[in-house]
Design a protein around this ligand. Structure first.
Ligand code: ACO
Ligand code: LMR
Length: 266
């Protein structure tokens, strides 16, 4: 009989072979007739299943609140400098994306891990903050350059209030908020930031929405889907900055000498 050649490649999220493209088994026509939105498409392609409407709306909220935070942040700045050096859209976008990491926009996965660990072990927030300090570790998802108790971040308020209203469980968010209570006593900028708030809420969502076991939810988080959300959301803004610079016909950027402290080598 016929011996089937073993496949070199395995894929389980989409299929373009039949009459119709399908996402996780859902034909593209149904994606539209059921009106599942971008949040629904993301949940099919990233999590391979449909999630309840309140969950897909939350995914869309994440993409919306992370879409941009002005031209001054590392990623937008890089995108703008690259656009002004005459490079193409993909290069400018990649240049911006490459700044996403543990200090800027890429703290979500680690924040989820840290807040989940603290919440699961039932840690006392003050003890937890002390322990992290003793271990010389920053708490991911805490701290902001310009946002603070007196200049609160509306994005965090929007995300937090939605989670508190719609999610069946807020265990990880509650722990993150208890940590914020402690850290902001030390310094008013040590708030639960947008990365940290999204991360904590998303763990609560995946664990409590009924679509996953706790192990499945934790594996999805560990695989890096949360930093993926920031990358996806912020790409909207970076592309916007690239197009803006083209529209404004901005010339090559050169940083002014008077804004550089040239230190002499003795
Ligand atoms: N956990 C504990 N302590 C902290 C944290 C933290 N996450 N962040 C700052 N501190 C402490 C510092 O140890 C320092 O303490 P000291 O005065 O005793 O030395 C003090 O706060 C000031 O620290 P800076 O590094 O000067 O704070 P800065 O405002 O420059 O840093 C930053 C902001 C980069 C966001 C920082 O708070 C951080 O690394 N946070 C963790 C990573 C994170 O969540 N990044 C995402 C930010 S939101 C976004 O990018 C969309
Ligand atoms: C962002 O979303 O880019 C910010 O929270 C970071 C910043 O420094 O504004």
């Amino acid at each position: 009989g016929l011996v089937r050649k073993p496949a070199n490649f395995i894929s389980s999220i989409s299929d373009d072979r039949g009459d119709e493209l399908s996402y996780a088994g859902m034909p593209i026509s149904e994606v539209f007739s059921a009106d599942i939105g971008l949040g629904g498409v993301l949940s099919l392609l990233w999590f391979r299943r449909r999630l309840p409407d309140y969950a897909t709306k939350f995914i869309e909220m994440i993409l919306m609140v992370t879409a941009d935070h002005g031209p001054a942040v590392s990623g937008a700045h890089n995108t703008i400098v690259t656009a002004r050096a005459g490079k193409d859209l993909v290069s400018a976008l990649c240049s911006g994306l490459l700044t996403i990491g543990p200090r800027f926009g890429g703290a979500l996965d680690k924040a989820a891990e840290m807040f989940t660990q603290g919440a699961d072990e039932g840690a006392d927030a003050a003890e937890y903050v002390k322990r992290m300090r003793q271990q010389n570790k920053l708490i991911m998802g805490i701290g902001h350059r310009i946002k603070s108790l007196s200049n609160p971040d509306m994005r965090v308020t929007i995300i937090k209030e939605y989670a508190l209203k719609h999610f069946k469980n807020n265990k990880v968010l509650d722990f993150a908020l208890a940590v914020e209570q402690v850290t902001t006593k030390k310094r008013e900028t040590l708030i639960l930031n947008v990365d940290g708030c999204i991360a904590a809420c998303f763990v609560d969502l995946l664990r409590s929405c009924g679509a996953f076991t706790q192990e499945e939810a934790d594996e999805l988080i560990a695989n890096g889907c949360l930093n993926g959300m920031f990358v996806l959301g912020r790409s909207v803004g970076f592309i916007g900055h690239y197009l803006d610079q083209k529209r404004l016909k901005q010339p090559l950027y050169r940083h002014p000498w008077d804004d550089i402290s040239y230190q002499s080598v003795n």
